[in-house]
Design a protein around this ligand. Structure first.
Ligand code: ATP
Length: 337
């Protein structure tokens, strides 16, 4: 439904978005995740036609943003990062004003306002001055503005930033409910945020997409692994054979510490506990276990590692599936087992 193809955005000499391509299908809730300055807002502004790409194309339902901008804007609702509201208006007056700008007839407005008040939970403040509302209610009013014209796609830039924990949970609920009927694209720099509401996560860093997949796939690729460090005493070992123990098991690293002392790091699905099998296997081989330490990978730490300075984004293929090759050891959390 939404197709972004090879899009670049330069601000003068700064390349904020660097050849990104992705598609979003109808009904998906997609989260753009990246650190500050990654290019999330710039991408969302281009998706909503607030900014034009320097190069590349964006189409929605087969229509090109360059040539069918007005039509496309009818399909999109946008909640920008700094939710601009008129402080001296009430939510009702503000939504009436938005309806006029969008050429919504009185008849449609009278019907939509009832639905929107309900969907965004703003009944009790509908006639209260916006300037006196809590930040949570202000976000709800911003969301009401974004969905008033009943768009197919809702784009939200950091929708929970600055909210307290209760307000965050409430807004997430509203977003989830909206996502049942609409395509939702939101941005965040917080891993838990996108994990909580999105089906699919696109990780962006320094203007490039470095991962794009369903949440569960990313979770299992990036975090759903147990890492077992072994210190072994073995003469002329062939550690390759460890792979016969389980189809999910791979050898992450092996190194000779000195003489016949080895360190071997195995990695396998965290859905199985292979320690007993591994211990038996080692005994059968006649090797000796000097140490065994189990670690879990933390998704958040890996995200931090992927997006911190110095990290070079891998090339992402057409299916934009990123398979981590060499996650540094400090991204693992010790479970002290
Ligand atoms: P944040 O979470 O901090 O909003 P972001 O991921 O949304 O970050 P962008 O706001 O898209 O990132 O910014 C990407 C880069 O482009 C940053 O280096 C930013 O400083 C720069 N940038 C953004 N807007 C402009 C602009 N109007 N003029 C010049 N540079 C800009």
């Amino acid at each position: 439904m939404i197709e972004v193809s090879n899009v670049v955005k330069d601000y003068g000499s700064l390349r904020a978005v660097d050849h990104i391509s992705f598609t979003v299908n109808e009904g998906e809730i997609v989260g753009f995740l990246g650190p500050n300055g990654a290019g999330k807002s710039t991408t969302l502004k281009m998706l909503t036609d607030y900014l034009s790409p320097t190069s590349g194309t964006i189409t929605i339902n087969g229509k090109d943003m360059k040539t069918d901008s007005l039509k496309i804007r009818e399909w999109i609702g946008y909640l920008p990062e700094h939710n601009p509201l008129y402080e001296d208006m009430t939510p009702y007056d503000y939504l009436r004003f938005v309806a006029d700008i969008r050429n919504i007839s009185d008849k449609v407005f009278n019907q939509r306002i009832v639905e929107v008040i309900d969907e965004c939970g703003i009944k009790e403040v509908i006639n209260q001055q916006i300037g006196t509302l809590s930040k949570g209610y202000r976000q709800r009013v911003g969301l009401a503005q974004a969905i008033l014209h009943d768009p197919k796609v809702i784009v939200m830039d950091e929708p929970t930033t600055g909210l307290d924990p209760n307000q965050i949970l409430e807004i997430r609920d509203v977003i989830r409910r909206l996502g049942e009927k609409k395509t939702v694209i939101l941005s965040s720099h917080i891993m838990q945020e996108v994990q909580a509401v999105c089906d699919r996560i696109i990780i962006i860093n320094k203007g490039k997409i470095i991962a794009d997949d369903k949440k569960e796939v990313l979770q299992s690729q990036l975090a759903g692994k147990t890492v077992l460090s072994l210190e072994l005493m073995a003469d002329t070992p062939n550690f390759y054979d460890f792979r016969m123990i389980d189809p999910t098991l791979t050898i992450f690293n092996e190194s000779n510490l000195k003489g016949n002392i080895w360190e071997v790091v195995l990695e396998y699905s965290n859905k199985v506990d292979l320690r007993e099998k591994i211990a038996h296997f080692i005994a059968e081989k006649g090797w000796l276990i000097l140490g065994m330490q189990k670690q879990e990978r933390s998704l958040e730490k890996i995200f931090h590692e992927l997006t911190k300075d110095g990290y070079v984004a891998p090339v992402v293929d057409d299916k934009t599936q990123y398979i981590p090759q060499d996650i540094p050891a400090e991204t693992m959390e010790d479970t002290n087992e």
